[in-house]
Design a protein around this ligand. Structure first.
Ligand SMILES: *Cc1c(COP(=O)(O)O)cnc(C)c1O
Length: 426
């Protein structure tokens, strides 16, 4: 008998047989541990808002919420998901560069804590929609800061961006909101980028964002009820990367937050976290359908691919970098061979692992892409080749639960209409 990858004592082969593959497996204990660690180590005044974009599954959101996470949402469905997960409107913020009138109306109508406004035109629309509803919209300004802080895979500051409003532009405006009868300016949000693995970069970002928030509130003459310092904390995926040390981050960050919190006892301090809360808890599991060789290289063709896990392509770098990829059903075997792990799509890009080090792979084996709980199916072309969304299973207190059914053919075909002329013989 060989050791297997397990989630809370459950063998992966048993779970795969029970639920089918391909499949996303989430470890509820790991999710719980992560949100708890973040809340216990970071300053008690810092509220953690879960960015549903990273994984919009309602059960994941509910589990994080049960352990203190609030919600940052960017679409109507995300808003309703957070509500269904039990998050109260006053613990929800809504953000996004292209909000619709319907989204704004539902945000304002449901009483979210803040609409994060990303342009002056949007500010006008917010005021108009709030007026129609007979409400006052609480609005935080999303600022594209003039400063730039290194350490993120995606730099937001100091560059032209479709997100938010430039700091210099905002400071050149006369005080906003004076002629907006249905808007209450109340906060500032800055998001510096994603995949930040440097604790000192987060500390420096935060220091600068807090100062910027004070400048904005002063210039535009509003009470600072909310400062959202963004987040973007990363996890290590690729060789050479190192995980953030949360305790070390807390050591640098907490004094900065503490000084601000004491000086501004009525201001809510928010950190938005997506990837950091969910990435490590998730494993993408696919079964090997065929093995073959081509011009001397090994190929394992598995039953799911980049249609479910686009991030595993390792885009954003010149050479493909592999996510951590392992043989799950023979967890303890030495990786002595080099394998290309590819999916069912008819495109060479459908490569989960390029020349990945694995034990000798056999048909029927289970391949796992680890650290895959964030930006999985919802950030992948799940409709490519009409395969649809994979199943999602959450293991909680030793019990496995389906938290999302896989799409069936009918689910995908239901919304198409066969036009009578399209089917007519020529
Ligand atoms: C995507 C996004 C997040 C979440 O980012 P992570 O890196 O997954 O934590 C938070 N805030 C904003 C504004 C975003 O665009």
């Amino acid at each position: 008998m060989t050791a297997e990858f397990q989630v809370q004592g459950q063998d992966v082969s048993v779970l795969a047989a029970r639920f089918g593959t391909p499949l996303y497996l989430y470890d509820g204990d790991a999710l719980r541990q992560r949100i708890t660690d973040v809340r216990e180590l970071l300053h008690p005044r810092l509220e953690v808002f879960y960015s549903l974009k990273a994984n919009p599954n309602v059960s994941i959101c509910a589990l994080l919420h049960a352990h203190g996470a609030k919600a940052e949402v960017s679409s109507l469905t995300e808003l309703r998901t957070a509500r269904r997960a039990g998050v109260r409107p006053e613990d929800i913020i809504f953000l996004g560069p292209g909000k619709s009138r319907a989204e704004l109306a539902e945000c304002i109508g449901s009483g979210v804590h803040a609409v994060i406004c990303e342009s002056l035109s949007e500010l006008k629309l917010i005021d108009e929609v709030a007026g129609e509803l007979g409400r006052t919209a609480p609005v935080a300004l999303r600022v594209n800061p003039s400063f730039e802080v290194k350490g993120s895979g995606l730099t937001m500051g100091g560059k032209p961006r479709q997100f938010g409003m430039d700091e210099a532009q905002l400071l050149a405006e006369p005080p906003l909101g004076k002629d907006l009868a249905h808007t209450r300016l109340m906060g500032v949000q800055v998001y510096m980028g994603t995949r930040i693995l440097s604790g000192s970069a987060v500390v420096e970002n935060t220091r600068q964002i807090l100062a910027l928030a004070l400048r904005m509130a002063e210039h535009h003459g509003f009470e600072l009820e909310l400062v959202d310092i963004g987040g973007g904390l990363g996890v290590a995926y690729f060789p050479g990367e190192q995980d953030l040390d949360l305790a070390e981050l807390a050591e640098g960050l907490n004094p900065v937050l503490d000084a601000f919190a004491r000086a501004h006892p009525a201001t809510r301090l928010v950190m938005e976290l997506g990837r950091y809360l969910v990435a490590e808890s998730g494993t993408y599991v696919a079964r090997v359908r065929y093995t073959k060789t081509s011009l001397g290289e090994n190929f394992a063709v598995v039953d799911g691919g980049t249609n479910h896990h686009m991030a595993a392509v390792g885009i954003g770098s010149f050479v493909k970098r592999n996510f951590p990829i392992r043989l799950l059903n023979r967890w303890d075997e030495e990786p002595t061979e080099s394998w290309n792990v590819t999916g069912p799509l008819c495109t060479p890009n459908d490569t989960l692992g390029k020349k990945a080090s694995l034990p000798p792979v056999r048909e029927g084996d289970l391949v796992g892409v680890l650290r895959s709980g964030a930006y999985g199916p919802s950030a992948s072309p799940v409709l490519f080749l009409s395969h649809g969304h994979p199943a999602e299973v959450l293991v909680l207190d030793g019990q496995a639960h389906v938290v999302r059914e896989p799409d069936e053919c009918e689910d995908l075909m239901r919304k198409q209409h066969l036009h009578p002329f399209a089917g007519a013989a020529g």
